[in-house]
Write a protein that binds this ligand. Structure first.
Ligand SMILES: Cc1cc2nc3c(=O)[nH]c(=O)nc-3n(C[C@H](O)[C@H](O)[C@H](O)COP(=O)(O)OP(=O)(O)OC[C@H]3O[C@@H](n4cnc5c(N)ncnc54)[C@H](O)[C@@H]3O)c2cc1C
Length: 287
């Protein structure tokens, strides 16, 4: 591992100043479950690593503020999976957080790190897309919000600018409730990254949101506002045609060692139906 300077600022402004000064030579570290591996294998070689866990505004807390559920940037998967408000209102996110890695990984891995790492296989990304979550970002020009859909570019690349760091992830509480579900497929039981990871959300107006990852360079969100997919009484063929259209942008890589494109596309369809059925059932139970 190449030697680097380890910085532990206690104020957002100091972290931003370090990131702005060093640009691509600086890396934020939160739980380190992605970054440490990349430092070890030499695929990233920063000269400065900025540990953000001592910054009070990024504390590991989940708060209700002005109609939003605000998840601090150092909140770990274990706490997200256990939070009653998330389990009830954002069920697919709780389910996704609960399957990340192992107990030890979930005790370190942050939601912000999962997003900023920008892996197409990130398990929490599909649910955050379905709920239209936003990331709150601090940078040299102040604070801004980025819809999660506008954060991802491709594997490992986000729209965060030089000097920016994520301070929180926000989920809207003032929208009609959704029934939602997360599903994923891995090569084996135990911890493995997903060959397909997917979330579905259905609301009482019949809008169906489907988001899927690990089948292309970034996770994708697609929406059906016709109400047909959300209604099990509609003809099977009509619903299947809509689902097929929603999956058309999946483009799994030929080169991945995890699963063939054909297998991923087949599983995407299977998991899509399963998540949809569960989401519809959960919405009905809620009403
Ligand atoms: C054994 C193992 C199993 C795993 N299994 C899964 C799995 O099943 N599903 C899954 O989705 N992932 C899995 N992962 C990947 C990893 O655990 C997650 O992506 C995790 O959520 C990353 O969070 P972290 O806090 O550890 O991030 P870190 O490693 O600290 O950081 C990850 C990246 O995000 C950046 N970053 C972190 N915080 C911020 C911030 N606040 N602002 C800006 N940039 C930031 C870092 O600079 C780095 O580039 C696994 C990893 C391991 C080692």
């Amino acid at each position: 591992m190449r030697a680097f300077s380890y910085q532990r600022p206690t104020a957002i402004a100091d972290a931003v100043a370090l990131l702005a000064e060093h640009g691509p030579d600086a890396r934020v570290i939160a739980g380190g479950t992605d970054l440490i591996i990349r430092l070890r294998d030499g695929s990233v070689r920063p000269s400065v690593v900025v540990d953000v866990k001592r910054i009070p505004e990024l504390d590991p807390a989940i708060r209700e503020v002005d109609g939003r559920l605000v998840i601090g940037a150092t909140t770990v998967m274990t706490d997200i999976a256990a939070d009653e408000r998330i389990r009830r209102r954002f069920t697919a996110l709780a389910e996704a957080a609960a399957v990340v890695g192992s107990v030890q990984i979930r005790n370190r891995a942050t939601l912000a790190g999962n997003l900023c790492n920008a892996s197409p296989a990130a398990d929490t990304a599909p649910s955050l897309l379905v709920y239209e979550a936003e990331v709150v970002v601090a940078g040299p020009d102040g604070m801004r919000r980025i819809p999660v859909d506008a954060l991802f570019v491709r594997s490992g690349v986000t729209t965060l600018r030089r000097g920016e760091l994520v301070t929180a992830i926000e989920l809207p509480l003032d929208r009609p409730p959704m029934g939602s579900a997360h599903q994923r497929r891995t090569r084996r039981r135990g911890h493995d990254l997903a060959s397909v990871t997917l979330a579905c959300g259905v609301d009482a107006s019949g809008v169906t949101r489907l988001a899927y990852g690990s089948v292309g360079p970034r996770p994708l969100l697609v929406t059906d506002a016709s109400g047909v997919l959300a209604d099990p009484a509609r003809p099977e063929a009509d619903r299947a045609a809509i689902l097929e259209r929603m999956l058309v942008d999946a483009s799994p890589s030929e080169r991945s060692m995890r699963a063939s494109p054909d297998y991923r596309l087949a599983m995407l369809r299977v998991l899509g139906w399963r998540a949809l059925a569960t989401a519809i059932r959960r919405l009905a139970a809620e009403e």
